[in-house]
Design a protein around this ligand. Structure first.
Ligand code: ADP
Length: 491
């Protein structure tokens, strides 16, 4: 097969979250599985800035000016070529400095607000990707587009270029339904799609234009990033008012858990941590723990259980539940470290808590990969009290680093962590009810109990996690199976 991936972020060139990781790794896994794989993404300022650091050589694709129909006229783009590291996957970057040469990807860092022309910018990405596809004569079997930013690709595939795309299927992946890409109705004019498509079976969502919906209703196949999340988004509690649309398409929906890039996240080879270790030889972990305690200015005590947390400081991640129960938690004889950035209110509350418990609770407000690696390596437990979590990556990293995850029973967390209560000897972590501070504390106490009183069982849980395989190869083969099924249905 030839799979063309269209994504608004591709790690290591551009990334704000899990989407970048997926779009940087999955196309390489397709290629490793013996398929042809191509990526189309914007040429942001960040891509140029990261090029030297990640060994990206940018060269003109030799296609001249690409004309992209927009808003009754056209925009133009340059086509710049590069390669995903460690692979032969070609990446085509759409170059339009007016849209993409900015200090942020979606949000202006100066104001903290979304760029006002985000609809135009990412309609340009979808339309530009299709234009590039045609000009380059790519001849794919699968157009795989991600999230609202590339949500129009399946609409163009179905409504504007049905003839050109005969025999090609479109697959759309939703990474987080809480980001639907909703814009004013008059932005419909940028799309170049017939105005008849502005109706509630298609691109309209309560009177507005919804780019995620464009992908959901028009793609031949839809995937999301875990089986449990695929079920959850069909319910009112998680569907963000999109549940009806998704239920209607449930036969074409598949949940596939993200993979981990073990070239980056592996305690045996990780160069960002002070000592390497493995399931067979875990000795280095206590060195990492000591270093972690030092970095967060906590007392260096090997026997004190250390709980790590990493994530965006937003309501979704449930860190407020920890604050709600902090007094009790701090009495249970542990240390806690948290790395994250986000909501200023939450930041203030966390800083206050750290001030109150300087020997036990430490917070670093930053986006810092090195510290993230040190937390995964040095902590004994990793806490993720998410209210919802489409996939989640940190629980997968944690397992690999022998850091026992404590997670809420939702989305990808539910799919990937085997709770002690149900799995006993085979457990890899502890699972508790989402959005319940009380259940979270109970799970934490259970974990502390095993850690303190049953070191054999604790070691077994660490090893169970370290021996699991959550590599991209495994996810890629599920995607490829899904593509094959959908291709068979093409007339
Ligand atoms: P989400 O996509 O909802 O943010 P995921 O768990 O799927 O959550 O992915 C988040 C990724 O970003 C993980 O690789 C995580 O380690 C990383 N990350 C989040 N916050 C930080 C931070 N402050 N510093 C370093 N890495 C971070």
């Amino acid at each position: 097969m030839h799979i063309v991936t269209i994504s608004s972020e591709v790690a290591p060139f551009s990334k704000t979250g899990g989407l970048g990781d997926v779009a940087g790794a999955l196309p390489v896994a397709y290629e490793k599985a013996g398929h042809q794989s191509t990526v189309i993404t914007p040429l942001y300022r960040q891509v140029r800035e990261s090029a030297g650091r990640v060994g990206l050589k940018l060269e003109d694709a030799g296609e001249g000016i690409l004309r992209v129909p927009m808003n009754d006229g056209e925009e133009v783009a340059g086509l710049v070529k590069g390669r995903l590291p460690g692979s032969d996957v070609t990446v085509y970057f759409l170059e339009n400095d007016y849209f993409f040469d900015r200090s942020g990807l979606y949000v202006d860092p100066k104001t903290g607000e979304d760029y006002r022309d985000n609809s135009e910018r990412f309609i340009f990405l979808s339309r530009g990707a299709v234009a590039a596809y045609m000009q380059l004569g790519l001849e794919a079997d699968v157009l795989h587009s991600h999230d609202w930013q590339a949500g129009l690709v399946p609409a163009y595939h179905k409504h504007l270029y049905a003839e050109e795309f005969a025999g090609v299927i479109s697959v759309f992946t939703v990474h987080n339904i809480a980001f639907p890409g909703i814009f004013a109705r008059w932005d419909m004019r940028f799309t170049g799609l017939p105005h008849e498509l502005f109706n509630w079976h298609q691109l309209e969502f309560f009177g507005n234009l919804c780019l995620l919906k464009a992908g959901l209703v028009n793609a031949d196949g839809i995937t999301t990033v875990s089986k449990q999340y695929a079920r959850e988004i069909q319910t009112e509690a998680f569907g963000m008012k999109m549940e009806g649309i998704i239920r209607e398409r449930s036969d074409d929906l598949r949940g596939i858990v993200n993979g981990v890039d073990y070239a980056v996240w592996n305690p045996e080879t990780d160069e960002m941590i002070p000592a390497n270790f493995s399931a067979e030889d875990p000795g280095g972990k206590s060195l990492c723990k000591a270093e972690l305690q030092k970095r967060f200015a906590l007392p260096v005590e090997d026997e004190t259980p250390l709980v790590g947390m990493i994530g965006r400081l937003v309501h979704q991640k449930g860190y407020d539940l920890v604050l709600e129960q902090l007094e009790g938690i701090m009495k249970s004889g542990l240390q806690m470290v948290l790395l994250g950035e986000g909501d200023p209110q939450l930041r203030k509350k966390l800083a206050r808590a750290a001030g109150k418990y300087p020997e036990k609770f430490a917070v670093k407000v930053d986006f810092d990969e090195k510290t993230a690696h040190l937390i995964e390596a040095g902590a004994d437990m990793f806490l993720m009290p998410s209210r919802y979590e489409p996939c989640g990556l940190n629980q997968l990293f944690s397992m690999k680093y022998g850091t026992v995850p404590l997670v809420s029973d939702t989305g990808g967390l539910a799919d990937t962590v085997k709770g002690y209560a149900n799995h006993g000897e085979k457990a890899t972590g502890f699972v508790f009810k989402p959005d319940s501070a009380k259940d979270m504390v109970e799970a934490l106490n259970k974990a502390l109990n095993v850690y303190n009183k049953n070191s054999d069982m604790w070691r077994r849980m660490m090893q169970n996690g370290m021996r699991e395989d959550w590599s991209w190869d495994r996810s890629a083969s599920e995607y490829l199976d899904f593509f094959r099924e959908k291709l068979q249905m093409v007339p």
